[in-house]
Design a protein around this ligand. Structure first.
Ligand code: CU
Length: 197
């Protein structure tokens, strides 16, 4: 999977409502994974003609528990209304097993909520442009090519849930941003340094 093509489930809003209502998933559910990054103004989930975009994938989650154990985490980060906080461990050079706790969640007026997208900061990186790019609602939002190199992350999930992902980092500077309007101004933005081992 190409992480630069972020994947979203359009069904997630329905998922949110069910989770908030305490109606835990007890039957098989169908979902759609989609990419809504834009190229030449066209979102990738759109399929105007054969061979064009159409980055959508239907999938079914079975009701039977998968029996998987909780993944290990080398660093734990919480996302709340006030931003990101590392609560256990730290980012290091090499592979990081990241646990994200969605302590608070809400929908912003671009229909997206708190999430965490990691990008490299080099002397050439325009951090302000990057923080704005991830908001898809402006006409140039999430339009390829991105002004930064995206290394990994996790999309919005319901409040109270926990997500896991792996990210391989080299020593250097990184940023984390949420794809909501004015993310940097409202604090859904953080930078961190990975030291040389
Ligand atoms: Cu795409």
């Amino acid at each position: 999977m190409d992480w630069r093509h972020r994947l979203h489930g359009r069904a997630r809003h329905d998922f949110w409502r069910r989770c908030r209502g305490g109606d835990h998933v007890s039957a098989a559910r169908d979902y759609i994974v989609e990419c809504y990054v834009k190229t030449n103004g066209v979102q990738h989930n759109y399929n105007p003609e054969p061979g064009a975009h159409g980055m959508v994938l239907p999938l079914t989650v079975k009701a039977q528990p998968g029996g998987m154990s909780e993944p290990d985490a080398t660093v734990t980060m919480e996302i709340s209304n006030s931003g990101y906080a590392i609560t256990e461990g730290e980012f290091a050079a090499g592979e990081n097993n990241v646990r994200i706790r969605f302590v608070a969640q809400k929908l912003y007026n671009d229909f997206v909520g708190h999430d965490a997208h990691f990008f490299e900061i080099t002397p050439e990186t325009d951090v302000e442009a990057t923080a704005k790019w991830v908001d898809f609602s402006p006409i140039n939002g999430q339009q390829t090519p991105a002004p930064f190199h995206f290394v990994g992350g996790i999309n919005d999930m319901p409040e109270g849930s926990t997500a896991y992902f792996k990210v391989r980092l080299e020593a250097g500077e990184y940023g984390i941003v949420a794809e909501v309007p004015n993310a940097r101004e409202i604090g859904l933005f953080k930078t961190f340094t990975v030291p040389n081992n």
